[in-house]
Design a protein around this ligand. Structure first.
Ligand code: C2E
Ligand code: MG
Ligand code: MG
Ligand code: MG
Length: 285
């Protein structure tokens, strides 16, 4: 009887694997079509200067409302793209779209804003990223200083010489680089010092515990101090409570984003929001 149970458990597991693989394959086909049909969208979440309350930037976040699959999370989409040779097309689509959108907002009179674009770590290992970024900036008329690329901590970033070259080249042309979800991945402080990165984003899991857990508070304090000594600006993500915002301000964290301040919104909603909530900040430089 026990053996029978074990067997069906194995079968079930294998079925689960097959189903997952099948879903990924279907998603990949759907994603390819969505890229061609321009069915993907970007939402934008404002990032604020915590000292002045001014809006600093808008982070582009990928959204896919598929007729077949419903809402697919961007993390799953990126994973699918990575496994099926679509990462380059997808990342370049996001980059181009976000820059073109920022240009449109600039032309509408909302200047002094930046745009943050998430890029998969594997993109940094391939030679073409810096060239693609330079090309996109030229094509859309965006200055390098208005673009912040966000990368998540990934061991390969420190190990691969090609990645470091790409990061250096991007910094050389004036693009900012932010290390996303800082504290959750492989963070070696000695490597951090050598990385051509000028911003750190504290992962929202630390921010969540900030007002209740002394250790989380100490940890965030340490990250802010570390960033200051490396001359990096710190952004806190996932601010949901006023107490969290207050603590971050006390600690000297420069930038913040989260549902408390503003939620991600469709591109079409941003101009209205900027005119209402963002404009007094964005324009009073
Ligand atoms: P991320 O870059 O760390 O983005 C922050 C995530 O936290 C977003 O989830 C955002 O909607 C969510 N968030 C913002 N404020 C709050 C808050 O106050 N509380 C909570 N609980 N969550 C908050 P989203 O949009 O689902 O994206 C998840 C991840 O997918 C991103 O994490 C990023 O790693 C990746 N991603 C999203 N868009 C892209 C893209 O265009 N390209 C690439 N390569 N990755 C992307
Ligand atoms: Mg991000
Ligand atoms: Mg993050
Ligand atoms: Mg994240």
């Amino acid at each position: 009887h026990a053996k029978h149970n074990r067997q069906s458990a194995v079968q079930l597991f294998e079925l689960g694997m097959d189903e997952r693989r099948l879903r990924r394959q279907k998603l990949a086909v759907g994603l390819q079509a969505a890229l061609e049909k321009d069915e993907l969208a970007l939402h934008y979440q404002p990032i604020f200067r915590l000292d002045t309350g001014r809006i600093e930037s808008l982070e582009a976040l990928l959204r896919w409302q598929s007729p077949e699959f419903g809402h697919v999370s961007p993390l799953e989409l990126i994973a699918v793209a990575e496994h099926h040779g679509l990462a380059r097309a997808l990342n370049e689509w996001v980059l181009y779209r976000a820059c073109r959108q920022l240009r449109q907002w600039q032309l509408a009179g909302f200047d002094g804003l930046k745009v943050n674009v998430n890029i998969s770590p594997t993109m940094f290992m391939r030679g073409q990223l810096a060239a693609a970024v330079a090309h996109t900036l030229r094509e859309t008329g965006i200055s390098a200083a208005a673009l912040v690329l966000e990368i998540t901590e990934d061991t390969s970033l420190w190990d691969t010489a090609g990645s470091l070259d790409t990061l250096h080249e991007l910094r050389r042309i004036g693009v900012e680089i932010a290390l996303d979800d800082f504290g959750t991945g492989y963070s070696s402080f000695s490597h951090l010092r050598q990385l051509p990165v000028n911003k750190l984003k504290i992962d929202k899991s630390f921010v969540a515990d900030l007002s209740t857990d002394q250790r989380a508070f100490d940890l965030v304090k340490t990250i802010v101090t570390l960033a200051q000594s490396l001359e990096m600006a710190v952004t806190a993500e996932g601010i949901e409570l006023p107490e969290q915002q207050q603590r971050l301000q006390q600690l000297g964290c420069q930038l913040g984003q989260g549902y408390l301040l503003a939620k991600p919104m469709p591109a079409e909603a941003v101009a209205g929001w900027l005119a209402r909530d963002g404009r007094p900040y964005a324009l009073s430089v």
